[in-house]
Design a protein around this ligand. Structure first.
Ligand code: DAT
Ligand code: MG
Length: 142
C-alpha cells in the first residue's frame, strides 16, 4: 500500500487546523500510520527541501518552517501521493481551488505563498525519501 509524508506547517498548527487536515485525510479513506508534533530544525528541513536550495523562497521557507511546531504524518492508501496532492490544492493558496485544504483554509495568505498549511510528497520516490527523514523508524527496509 502506498504511503506519503504530510506536514502540517506552523501556520496550520498555530491556527488549530490540525484536526481539520487530519479529518480530510481520513474522510478520503486514507489511514494515519504515524503522527507526531515536533520542532523541525534547520538541518532536517534543508534536507527535506534540498531540491529548492538556491531558490529565492528557500530561506523564507526554512525560516517559516522553523517558526513553530509542525505535525508530521504518514498517510497510507491507494494512490495516496497523488490523492493527497489533490486534497491539498495548488501551491499558491490564492489560486488553489475551493474544496481543497489550501483553497479553503489558506485563502487569506495573500503574497505569503510559504504559508500554505500543508506539505505533501510529490512522488512515491519523494515520499520514501521524506519518510526516512521524518520517521526513520518507518523507512522502507527497516
Ligand atoms: P509544494 O509544497 O506544492 O510541493 P514546492 O515543492 O514547489 O510546492 O515548494 C515548496 C514550498 O515552498 C511551498 O509549499 C511553498 C514554498 N514556495 C514554493 N514556490 C514559492 C514561491 N514562488 N514563492 C514563495 N514560496 C514558494
Ligand atoms: Mg513540493
Amino acid at each position: 500500500m502506498e504511503r506519503t509524508l504530510v506536514l502540517i506547517k506552523p501556520d496550520g498548527v498555530k491556527r488549530n487546523l490540525v484536526g481539520q487536515v487530519l479529518s480530510r485525510i481520513e474522510a478520503k479513506g486514507y489511514s494515519l500510520v504515524a503522527i507526531k508534533t515536533m520542532n523541525a530544525d534547520r538541518a532536517l528541513l534543508a534536507k527535506h527541501y534540498a531540491e529548492h536550495e538556491g531558490k529565492p523562497f528557500f530561506e523564507p521557507l526554512i525560516e517559516f518552517m522553523t517558526s513553530g511546531p509542525i505535525v508530521a504524518v504518514i498517510a497510507e492508501g491507494n494512490r495516496v501521493v497523488e490523492g493527497f496532492r489533490k486534497l491539498a490544492g495548488t501551491t499558491d493558496p490564492t489560486t488553489a481551488e475551493p474544496g481543497t485544504i489550501r483553497g479553503d483554509l489558506a485563502a487569506d495568505a495573500g503574497t505569503k505563498v510559504v504559508q500554505n498549511i500543508v506539505h505533501g510528497s510529490d512522488s512515491v520516490e519523494s515520499a520514501n525519501r521524506e519518510i526516512e527523514i521524518f520517521f526513520p523508524e518507518f523507512a522502507k527496509g527497516r
